[in-house]
Design a protein around this ligand. Structure first.
Ligand code: ADP
Length: 312
């Protein structure tokens, strides 16, 4: 579980990340979406211990990314926008080298490399020089280095940039498969990419989070439906029926978080269900920990994201 609290990063006068807070539950594939310059890379560099924040905190499984960075690094695999590859090395040499750097029992290394080579579809190029590979294969090697130490979390920054359409599909499928086993943060400025691979989406624009929800919620926000996020100190099964019975609630998604439940309610257009939610919670003697109606400044961002066409 990744917990980001009041994170800010300034580069001189530029505020790249402006007081953002969010959490990523274990097992989620989070799409971190935003136009170029929005602050995605800066945020993930802080989460992956590449640089410290100006203020705010990030913890990974309770470990602070500044104070306990060596521990955090073991849990995270990071594929930066341009993968840190050595073109003169063979694929196998390179993977052996990276795994040796990251440690782990020597007896396990051969087996681990074999697994990763298989997962990333590198079997045919294992003895080739990295410099000779196509961009798609180099990206696979980048993914392989990110996951070689079997981290619980994978952070991928624009992994399909510069690939041709076939390579894009292959890398997206690979990410989807990885998402079944790991927590993934995928940075992208391509909306369809996030829709195709992620189960949760966060949109960032000029350093601020402007939307946070499932791809479906995003669609609803764009279609003018009201979306309300609440957190209640109960289990999902306990709250679901009661919340769905509120007049105008059309859809409900629930996520268990440390003994409480986060709920996303999608409501009929023009309806403000907050009072009804409050009464429902009181009636059941639950505790309302948080309630927030999503205000949609999404349309601007959406236009910004899609103005270059649906894909590239
Ligand atoms: P994204 O990944 O969403 O494209 P970035 O995090 O790279 O966004 O950039 C956010 C903002 O911070 C941009 O205005 C960018 O110009 C600025 N920025 C990023 N890195 C640096 C840096 N090393 N020095 C100064 N400004 C930077």
């Amino acid at each position: 579980m990744i917990e980001v609290t009041n994170l800010t990063k300034r580069y001189g006068e530029t505020v790249a990340v402006d007081d953002i807070s969010f959490s990523v539950p274990t097992g989620q594939v989070l799409g971190f979406l935003g136009p170029n310059g929005a602050g995605k890379t800066t945020s993930v560099r802080i989460i992956t211990c590449y640089m410290p924040p100006t203020s705010g905190t990030v913890t990974v499984d309770g470990l602070d990314v500044v104070e306990q960075s060596m521990e955090v690094r073991k849990k995270i695999g990071y594929l930066p926008e341009s993968a840190p590859l050595y073109p003169d090395m063979d694929v196998i040499e390179y993977l052996e080298y990276i795994l040796a750097l990251r440690g782990g029992p020597k007896s396990e290394r051969r087996r681990r490399i074999k697994q990763v080579v298989e997962m990333c579809g590198l079997g045919d190029v294992i003895a080739r020089g990295i410099g000779e590979l196509s961009k798609g294969f180099r990206q696979r090697v980048g993914l392989a280095q990110a996951m070689i130490h079997n981290p619980e979390i994978l952070v991928l920054d624009e992994p399909t940039v510069g690939l041709d359409p076939n390579q894009i599909v292959e890398i997206r499928n690979l990410i989807k498969a990885l998402g079944r086993q790991k927590t993934v943060i995928l940075c992208s400025h391509i909306l369809p990419e996030v829709e195709a691979t992620c189960d949760h989406v966060m949109i960032i624009d000029r350093g601020k989070i402007v939307a946070n929800g499932t791809p479906e919620t995003l669609q609803h926000s764009l279609s003018g439906k009201t979306v309300v996020n609440v957190e209640i100190n109960q289990k999902p099964d306990t709250v679901r029926g009661a919340l769905m019975s509120i007049d105008g609630v059309e859809d409900l998604k629930t996520y268990p978080v440390n003994g409480t439940t986060r709920c996303e309610l999608v409501c009929r257009q023009g309806l403000d269900p907050r009072e009804a939610i409050f009464h429902k919670v009181v009636e059941n003697r639950w505790v309302l920990l948080e309630m927030k109606q999503e205000v949609s400044s999404l349309e601007d961002v959406f236009r910004e994201l899609t103005k270059g066409g649906r894909d590239e």
